[in-house]
Design a protein around this ligand. Sequence first.
Ligand SMILES: CC(C)=CCNc1ncnc2c1ncn2[C@@H]1O[C@H](COP(=O)(O)O)[C@@H](O)[C@H]1O
Length: 241
Amino acid sequence: MMPNANPNPKITSEAHLLDSVHRGEWKQRDAWRALRILSEFVDGFETLSDLEPAVSVFGSARTKPGSEEYVLGEQLGAALAKANFGVITGGGPGIMEAANRGARSAGGVSIGLGIELPFEQKLNDYIDIGLDFRYFFARKTMFVKYSQAFCVLPGGFGTLDELFEALTLVQTKKVTRFPVVLMGVSYWQGLIDWLRDRMLEGGKIAEQDLDLMLLTDDVDEAVSHIVSACAYLKECGDETP
Ligand SMILES: CC(C)=CCNc1ncnc2c1ncn2[C@@H]1O[C@H](COP(=O)(O)O)[C@@H](O)[C@H]1O
């Protein structure tokens, strides 16, 4: 077994909620937890409901400042801000920080939706509107509800979770069709090939499901794709262009 890097991690509220072992707690505590969950939605709705159009940017928490991917995140944040989009991230380090930093440097609105984690964590230094969530599912609702599009840069499990949640919501028409841009062709191409060769070939998804994503390295292409998709959606509703 791998040694745990932190032998005494804090037990988060979400870990208590999802605990499937201590059944005795369910009856006494979960009803109260429901109220805390509700308050998280209320805070999110109240803080974000006046937000101008925005785009969520996802990507690795581990990307180092100054790296090629970090610079791409900064450029994307700045270009989105110049196109009058607020930039929403998970509020953490890495790509999240890069996109917030780029947005702020271009004079845009920079939003961070942080998450309580078992280890010390604070919002990055480039955020104008910041919220801290205890529950991933409440936070995810905010990303979807207050974004016009998702941009996904290279990342790990968290990034894939956010990408596939968005694609599932669009595919099942739980949200109106909105643009999902994958940035970083060499990083994502293997995944796209696998989706085509295994999922599509195996009949697990439809051809049009792959069309939900634009794959590019080009920040201007990403932003103009989002701008035109948003203009189309405004005019025509959620019919596929
Ligand atoms: C150094 C480290 C692991 C810090 C973790 N700190 C985090 N702070 C905020 N959001 C996060 C964090 N880790 C993962 N996420 C969420 O999951 C995505 C990144 O996960 P990953 O690094 O690709 O898997 C982000 O878009 C974010 O929404």
